[in-house]
Design a protein around this ligand. Structure first.
Ligand code: GTQ
Ligand code: FE2
Length: 381
């Protein structure tokens, strides 16, 4: 009852085109709809069924330096342990109601561990990955397999795997997490379980390579003992040396007149599941892009949202009608169907490769599974 009194009365004057002429009878009809909890399509169609995606999310940039400062303060003030689980601080898109959602489907956070700290074991249905923009000495234990984390390494971790993190170094370390938390929140599909409070001594040792790396980390070779296609990749780390070499080779091939790049001066690779060649995670696609110094990419729109982190170099990125100068570690959001382009201004001195390297993650596998993917590159049909 109180609800009904508090609810706003819908008037005939609806802010949508081609509405019926206001009258007392029409107002009465709308009151009838409201009383029966009914909503007519004709007042809502522009919002519900737009001509193309009109994202609620905004393009937004977070500076790595600011995130690191705040994460370090949290490192000194906020303990990590059972309950809170992780010292992870999420990017909250300014137009998603203050929720810790970078986009309507994707979570992006900086996670921080002090020297010697452990983040306790747990598992959840949310699919996740870590990406390391700087630092070393932390490893993540996935299904009791300790996996080292170093600059440029990408560590996917499909849902329902047990995982804990440990910082074995004498310095704090930060990395980014990407998860499908907002997607699973919206679809109400989440399950969560606590694991052991302490990981074993054996899991506290630092192997040079994880067991998953030894089994799956050989290009083009799969263990004959392995079962068929698995939805989440069994390879738990993708090392920077390999990613870097793949990008360098693409640009060198291009310079020799051979195909391989996305467009002139723009190399890119996608992280794939070695059991089937598909995306590493059921809901998240991840890629590394390298834009050669002086190159500007063609503006591209895609259905679905992305988060980028500058891995190396510097340049200007444009999302919709905003542009930012970006440098190492900066994170930004590209909402659905907003045009995105990047211009590299990196010089050989400020980056490893003399180019702008952009790590990207998106919800593309969801869109592809549902046949909702769409791309438009400016200057093409
Ligand atoms: O490291 O296990 O940023 O469970 C959010 C949820 C990180 C993690 C996050 C998580 C984790
Ligand atoms: Fe987790």
């Amino acid at each position: 009852m109180t609800d009904q009194i508090a609810s706003p009365v819908r008037l005939c004057a609806v802010d949508a085109p081609d509405q019926p002429t206001p009258s007392a009878e029409l107002e009465e009809l709308y009151r009838g709809f409201e009383k029966e909890l009914l909503v007519p399509l004709w007042t809502e169609i522009g919002d519900l069924m737009p001509l193309h995606p009109t994202s609620k999310a905004s393009p937004h940039l977070w500076r790595w330096g600011n995130l690191l400062d705040l994460a370090d303060q949290a490192g000194h003030l906020v303990p990590v342990g059972r309950g809170g689980e992780r010292r992870a601080i999420a990017l909250a898109n300014p137009s998603l109601g203050g929720r810790p959602f970078a986009t309507p489907t994707l979570w992006a956070a900086i996670q921080y561990l002090m020297p010697g700290e452990d983040a306790p074991e747990h598992r959840h249905t949310q699919h996740a990955f870590r990406f390391v923009v700087e630092g070393e000495g932390v490893w993540t234990v996935v299904g009791r397999d300790p996996v080292p984390m170093n600059r440029g390494d990408f560590l996917p971790q499909a849902g329902w795997n047990w995982h804990a993190h440990h910082n074995a170094a004498d310095r704090p370390m930060a990395w980014i997490d990407g998860l499908d938390i907002p997607f699973q929140y919206a679809t109400e599909s989440q399950f969560f379980e606590f694991g052991r409070d302490e990981i074993s001594e054996e899991e506290h040792t630092t192997p040079e390579r994880s067991r998953s790396q030894r089994l799956w980390g050989h290009p083009g070779l799969r263990p004959v003992s392995a079962p068929g296609s698995q939805p989440g990749t069994p390879l738990l780390s993708y090392r920077w040396v390999d990613t870097d070499a793949a990008l360098r080779d693409q640009l060198e091939l291009e310079a020799e007149g051979h195909p391989g790049t996305v467009e002139p001066g723009h190399a890119a690779v996608r992280y794939t599941n070695p059991t089937n060649g598909g995306d590493v995670l059921p809901t998240i696609r991840t890629e590394m892009h390298r834009v050669r110094s002086g190159t500007e990419t063609a503006p591209r729109r895609e259905a679905g949202s992305s988060v980028y982190q500058v891995f190396d170099g510097s340049g200007t990125v444009t999302v919709g009608d905003v542009s930012w100068s970006v440098t190492r570690g900066d994170l930004f959001v590209v909402p659905s169907w907003q045009p995105f382009s990047a211009r590299s201004e990196a010089s050989a001195s400020d980056s490893d490769s003399g180019a702008l390297d952009l790590f990207r993650f998106s919800d593309a596998p969801i869109f592809e599974a549902l046949h909702l993917q769409r791309t438009h590159v400016e200057g093409t049909n």
